[in-house]
Ligand binder design. Structure first.
Ligand SMILES: Nc1ccn([C@@H]2O[C@H](COP(=O)(O)OP(=O)(O)OP(=O)(O)O)[C@@H](O)[C@H]2O)c(=O)n1
Ligand SMILES: C[C@](O)(CO)[C@H](O)COP(=O)(O)O
Length: 374
């Protein structure tokens, strides 16, 4: 069995997909598309190495899905992402595929492997069945190939071909430009690339996302500090006594963020916004919540509901509960009925009862973005 590395390219911006979720984070049952595409190919061949490129701000999250895949930060272009991944390949051959082409079948891979020794790169294509006009002139459609992935290269040929300032849209164009030998084999219409949302209706291998609800829990405490405003749930609830914190100390938003991240399996607020990072000094926690909600949506979730319990002896919060609910609902793009806020004292018990600080616990419920109705 030849020593072969798999590279799955998943660091694109998904701009043409034009949804708040990125296409590589759509769930196929419980699996993100990039992992579905990777596992599909792993079921077809025992790769020596598996490398996936991810957008830099998503790498930490992708790494939580696998401890055997080598994740490499992508670049500004597909070619740059591939270049980054190639730095980690140590096998003589490499199979490069778009995460946006999740439905690769065994027969197609067999055709690629059969030509492996006969060229610098083996490329799948599908013929054109429509009439083709190029710059107003009808051309011979039999001379046209629609190029697909995965593409199977001699690793050194591909590395050399990418040592160029010219950006190509696929691996074979770079190798051809260098005079390398290209072998074409029949691809498959099933290997269609997911580019626009309409493409989803024509990708038979994809199953609908799971309808499971995912519940996260968050808890945070901040001590009082005189001489600053108290922000709680995005609302100023006291003008002169606030919280001791690196940020604005909004302990309710911090607990809510941890609940959202918990429901997504994305760790905790300290991982995303370290409390020693000068970027977050005195930051408005509403900004952090907006960032977290955008991330949660981008990686394939919808926010369904949250419930916040504030434990405070001071100040009296009843007058502020609705303002907090509407403020947080607006940030999370939720109906206010799905943001519940409770406030309680601790009957003078503990640090809360001694008016040393405020504790907040929160839950958040997420569901996968349902792409079957786009
Ligand atoms: N900087 C990039 C750009 C693209 N890709 C990957 O290359 C494949 C083909 O790219 P494309 O379908 O164009 O994906 P996007 O670049 O995300 O799409 P768009 O051009 O619509 O933004 C995708 O699996 C994409 O994730 C990548 O790894 N790094
Ligand atoms: C590599 C590719 O899938 C071959 O058809 C295609 O060139 C990728 O183009 P994109 O614009 O990066 O999707």
């Amino acid at each position: 069995m030849p020593e072969l590395t798999l590279i799955v390219l998943g660091a694109g911006s998904s701009s043409r997909f034009n949804q708040r979720v990125k296409k590589q984070w759509l769930r196929i049952e419980e699996t993100p598309l990039w992992l579905f595409a990777t596992q599909n190919l792993q079921h077809l061949f025992p790769f020596t190495q598996v490398i996936v490129t991810t957008s830099p701000d998503e790498t930490f999250y992708a790494q939580k899905f696998s401890n055997t895949i080598h994740f490499v930060e992508g670049g500004k272009s597909r070619q740059e992402s591939l270049h980054n991944a190639l730095l980690h390949v140590n096998t003589p051959y490499v199979l490069v595929s778009d995460s946006a082409r999740p439905c690769i079948d065994q027969a197609m891979l067999v055709r690629l492997l059969a030509e492996m020794e006969n060229a610098d790169i083996v490329v799948p294509y599908v013929p054109v069945v429509d009439t083709v006009v190029f710059e107003e002139a009808t051309i011979d459609r039999d001379a046209v190939k629609r190029i697909q992935t995965p593409q199977l290269s001699r690793t050194e040929s591909l590395r050399k071909a990418l040592e160029t300032k010219i950006t190509y849209t696929d691996d074979s164009s770079a190798i051809k430009a260098l005079g390398g030998k290209v072998a074409y084999v029949l691809g498959s219409e099933r290997a269609k690339k997911l580019t626009c949302k309409e493409d989803l209706h024509d990708m038979a291998c994809l199953k609908a996302p799971s309808t499971h609800a995912f519940v996260g829990y968050g808890f945070d405490v901040h001590a009082y500090e005189e001489g600053k405003a108290m922000m709680l749930g995005g609302i100023c609830v006291h003008d002169t006594i606030g919280f001791k914190a690196h940020s604005d100390g909004d302990v309710a938003i911090h607990a809510l963020i941890d609940a959202l991240l918990g429901a997504a399996g994305a760790g905790d607020i300290g991982e995303l916004f370290p409390d020693n990072d000068p970027r977050y000094k005195n930051i408005d926690s509403k900004t952090l919540l907006k960032e977290v909600c955008a991330f949660i949506h981008k990686v394939g979730f919808d926010i369904s509901h949250c419930d916040i319990a504030i434990m405070a002896e001071f100040p009296r919060l009843s007058p502020f509960k609705d303002a907090i609910r509407f403020c947080l609902a607006d940030i999370m793009e939720l109906s206010p009925i799905h943001v519940n806020v409770k406030a309680t004292t601790t009957e003078k018990l503990g640090f809360v009862g001694r008016k040393e600080g405020v504790a907040v616990s929160a839950t958040a419920t997420l569901h996968y973005y349902d792409w079957t109705h786009v």
